[in-house]
Design a protein around this ligand. Structure first.
Ligand code: NAD
Ligand code: UDP
Length: 340
């Protein structure tokens, strides 16, 4: 299939481009490079041994999105493009609602007009909110995220269900990711956050490589095994492959829309991740325990049974693999794509 990957220069998108290409798909990317570096595209060409065409524009622009579909054959869209930082979304909610919703509307309209009805959408475990019982299951309702970012995901999921309801020719996969970490095993592509990382794994990696002095662990008095928060970390390579599996599935089904969790089904605490990273890198990760971060849940992990059974997809990589691959990327690219 000819697959348009929106946000394909970003962290998860870039890894998915490699997997889609390996699976025989013909991939093109659209990205505004708001949170990605153009240098990633040369790395993708080298990793895929082909040229991945990229259209550099903002998907909130309906005319440009329409023009792309008018000039390129597109059989399916994998839609990663969006703003994704929870704290940032609290500070500038309008930017988040406008970017994430409008980019999706532009895509949906252009797809409809040009007869493209196959879509894979990046949702998030954050849609489960703070009331859902563990492990999170796809049939849980009501979805109620706790940040503007999370609410954009709930809203887009709602929009997708409404359009699929009225037009059953849609084939839509909604994928709820848990905590993506890790990097391509070559070390050529990985997560390259701008400024101070908000997320745990990139922060640990930057401490290990000497870019930051110490990690701050937000709270050790949670009702968990060691008092620090537990998350379902999933290797970005497993996650990327999940998109190939979802595309295969929706291409051969008559269900207009279906939701799958992509997680491992296991929780790992902050301290466990720190220790695993020290083992993988051989570097000490000095840390201080500080107060809780507002909005953090004690624990979050998936029930991945539906994806296991229906997509034939299982996350196979361990926390040690996640740390080893993150470290390879970080140590080979201490300043991310800035080094290119
Ligand atoms: P990312 O920021 O690395 O990638 C997103 C890409 O989209 C970036 O390259 C950015 O430049 C591009 N983009 C954003 N808005 C755009 C627009 N209007 N037009 C064109 N390009 C645009 O983020 P990621 O970690 O790869 O996440 C990808 C998707 O997965 C996002 O939708 C995110 O919300 C979702 N997700 C991520 C996580 C995570 O922890 N990384 C967890 C759950 C869900
Ligand atoms: N965390 C931390 N220090 C950091 C960043 C994160 O202790 O510098 C903790 C955070 O409190 C949470 C876990 O690590 O318990 C995962 O945080 P992340 O932001 O990576 O993911 P999310 O909270 O979105 O699941």
């Amino acid at each position: 299939m000819r697959v348009l990957v929106s946000g394909g220069a970003g962290y998860i998108g870039s890894h998915t481009v490699v997997h889609l290409t390996a699976a025989g798909h013909d991939v093109l990317v659209v990205d505004n490079f708001g949170n990605a570096k153009p240098a990633v595209m040369a790395r993708l060409d080298a990793l895929t041994n082909t040229h991945i065409p990229v259209h550099a524009f903002d998907l909130t622009d309906r005319d440009k999105t329409e023009r792309l579909f008018a000039t390129e054959q597109v059989d399916a869209v994998v839609h990663f493009a969006g703003l994704k930082a929870v704290g940032d979304s609290v500070q500038r909610p309008l930017d988040y609602y406008e970017n994430n919703l409008q980019s999706t509307f532009s895509l949906l309209r252009a797809m409809r007009r040009h007869g493209c009805s196959t879509l894979v959408f990046s949702s998030s475990a954050t849609v489960y909110g703070d009331q859902a019982p563990l492990p999170y299951r796809e049939d849980y309702e009501p979805l109620q995220a706790n940040s503007p970012y999370g609410r954009t995901k709930v809203m887009i999921e709602t929009v997708l269900r409404d359009v699929a309801h009225i037009d059953p020719s849609w084939r839509i996969a909604v994928l709820r990711y848990f905590n993506p970490v890790g990097a391509h095993p070559s070390g050529a592509i990985g997560e390259d956050p701008q400024g101070i990382p908000n997320n745990l794994m990139p922060f640990i990696a930057q401490v290990a490589v000497g870019r930051r002095d110490r990690l701050r662990i937000f709270g050790d008095d949670y009702p968990t095994t060691d008092g620090t928060c537990e998350r379902d970390y999933i290797h970005v390579e497993d996650l990327a492959y999940g998109h190939v599996a979802a595309l295969n599935r929706i291409a051969s089904t008559d269900e207009p829309i279906r939701t799958w969790n992509l997680g491992t089904g296991r929780g790992t605490s902050v301290l466990e991740l720190v220790k695993a990273f020290e083992r993988a890198s051989g570097m000490p990760i000095p840390y201080d325990i500080v107060g809780r971060r507002t909005g953090d849940l004690p624990a979050s992990w998936a029930d991945p049974t539906r994806a296991n059974e229906e997509l034939g997809w299982v996350a196979t990589r361990t926390v040690d693999d996640m740390c080893a691959d993150t470290w390879r990327w970080q140590s080979q690219n201490p300043n991310g794509y800035e080094d290119v």
